[in-house]
Design a protein. Structure first.
Lengths: 317, 162
């Protein structure tokens, strides 16, 4: 064969089948090690620090475009935007005051009932870097990392809804998976009826999938979906999407819903990192009843102190 | 075979630029058309300077890609090793193809790469990607002649100066 003889002539680069198999085996071992158990997290974290300047460089053009845009926008435009924002802020503040009153009342009622104390939310501002890891995997890169207190599992929200959660963190950047990624799922609740289910990503930014809804469940097209708080990653009550379609599945035993995500998943702009105030109590209950009681008693004053957390949190630059 | 007297800096520089280009965001509507820069640049070096780029180098470049793009560690290493193997096998023929025929070969290579991606991600439990997923080899093949001419020019230039 022509190709065979010529490769033997120029074989110094080496494309032997044996070597190919060796490298393929090595790649397979790596993938299995990375996929199962995450033995390579440490490697990733170290390498992530080396990647930070690369991410910074790749985001530079978009940053420059934005800077030019800001510089070129006229005084008039800026004044108009300023006015619009001020109006929005006024409305939001008014709503917030009303919510504050409701929250006070809620806390009092909860205390009367002796129910579980709800944990306050802490938030931190972060910016999405304008880089694209892979158009078919819905991942984004944030400009804050472990240095700013980001850790895997933090939920990300924007002004309109839940965006996703942090999966990997390096010193000054972190990677997050969006709710639309096919590997992602959010525990959700129908706001109107309280029916709980799970919303899976579909790989499309405009659609979430809700399989396995019982036909008897009180779910209608147009229903608003919010996070249920089950699982502990996403704090309860954040909008996830709106049910756009509901149809029986192939077996006819369950309904399959399709929802439009509430958040703008276009991978740019500013986002909020959200977590429930006390991360240690968000998980499964701690062992030892003696331990649990004092923290329960403490929770009320601790929560009162934590209340300004939202206002106090300095937005990271 | 004549020794390549290219300055050693061009190969790592081109790989670094390919990595950067891969990170640049595309507009939402054209996101599917993002070419696999790393594979294109690596193919050039495999074809023109195989003493610089071997299977092992392809593997290492792939690992680098995995770290940068956050894919499963080993995924791109596997993809690029397979690509390198095919290119090296048919190198003698590919080199003397006219550019447009080379572009067709690159199209097939990249399409094969997509199949490997679907296989790997299938094993890790991801479903089938949307149909736009298969569009990416097209811009890659269209870019190939220009990339080839550019890199060839750069390589010859650095050689003359050296």
């Amino acid at each position: 064969m022509g190709a065979g003889t010529s490769t033997s002539l120029f074989a110094e680069g080496g494309a032997g089948t044996l070597r190919l198999l060796m490298y393929l085996a090595a790649a397979l071992v790596l993938m299995v090690a990375d996929h199962r158990g995450g033995h390579l997290d440490r490697v990733r974290q170290l390498a992530g620090q080396a990647m930070d300047p690369l991410y910074w460089l790749a985001a530079a053009p978009a940053r420059a475009v934005r800077a030019v845009n800001t510089n070129l926008s006229t005084r008039l435009e800026l004044a108009a935007r300023n006015e619009a924002l001020a109006r929005e802020l006024l409305l939001a503040n008014a709503r917030l005051h009303r919510l504050g009153a409701v929250q006070q009342e809620n806390r009092r009622l909860r205390a009367l009932l002796g129910g579980m104390e709800q944990h306050e939310l802490s938030v931190q501002l972060a910016t999405l870097l304008d880089i694209d890891l892979d158009p078919f995997r819905h991942r984004v890169v944030l400009d804050s990392g472990s240095r700013d207190g980001v850790r895997p599992g933090l939920a990300i929200v924007d002004a309109t809804g839940v965006m996703g959660q942090v999966v990997a963190v390096s010193a000054s950047t972190s990677t997050a998976i969006l709710v639309s990624d096919p590997n992602h799922a959010v525990p959700v609740q129908v706001r109107r009826s309280g029916v709980r289910t799970i919303a899976f990503g579909t790989g499309r930014t405009d659609q979430l999938l809700l399989p396995n809804i019982p036909p008897s469940a009180d779910v209608r097209v147009g229903d608003e979906l919010v996070t249920s708080g089950l699982g502990g990653t996403f704090p309860p009550g954040f909008p996830v999407g709106r049910l756009a379609e509901l149809a029986p599945d192939d077996t006819g035993l369950f309904m399959v819903g399709k929802a439009e995500p509430a958040a703008a998943l276009n991978r740019s702009g500013e986002v909020l990192l959200v977590w429930t105030g006390d991360a240690t109590t968000a998980g499964p209950p701690a062992s030892g009843g003696a331990d649990a009681a004092p923290t329960g008693v403490d929770a009320a004053p601790a929560d009162a102190a934590a209340e300004p957390a939202i206002a106090d949190e300095q937005p990271s630059p | 075979m004549t020794r390549d007297r290219t300055r050693p800096g061009l190969f790592p520089a081109s790989i670094a630029i390919a990595l950067l280009l891969g990170l640049l965001p595309f507009p939402e509507a054209a996101a599917a058309f993002k070419p696999y820069w790393l594979a294109l640049v690596l193919t050039y070096w495999l074809m023109e300077a195989p003493e610089r780029a071997s299977l092992g180098v392809a593997f290492l470049v792939g690992l680098l890609g995995d770290l940068v793009y956050g894919t499963l560690l080993g995924e791109q290493a596997l993809r690029l090793t397979m690509l390198a193997f095919i290119v090296l096998r048919f190198r003698a023929r590919l080199r003397f193809f006219p550019l447009w025929q080379q572009a067709l070969a690159v199209l097939v290579l990249l399409a094969n790469d997509r199949v490997v991606v679907v296989m790997v991600r299938g094993f890790t439990g991801e479903g089938l990607p949307p149909w736009e997923f298969w569009l990416s080899p097209l811009p890659g093949a269209l870019l190939w002649p220009w990339l080839f001419l550019l890199l060839d020019d750069l390589r010859l230039r650095t050689r003359e100066r050296a």
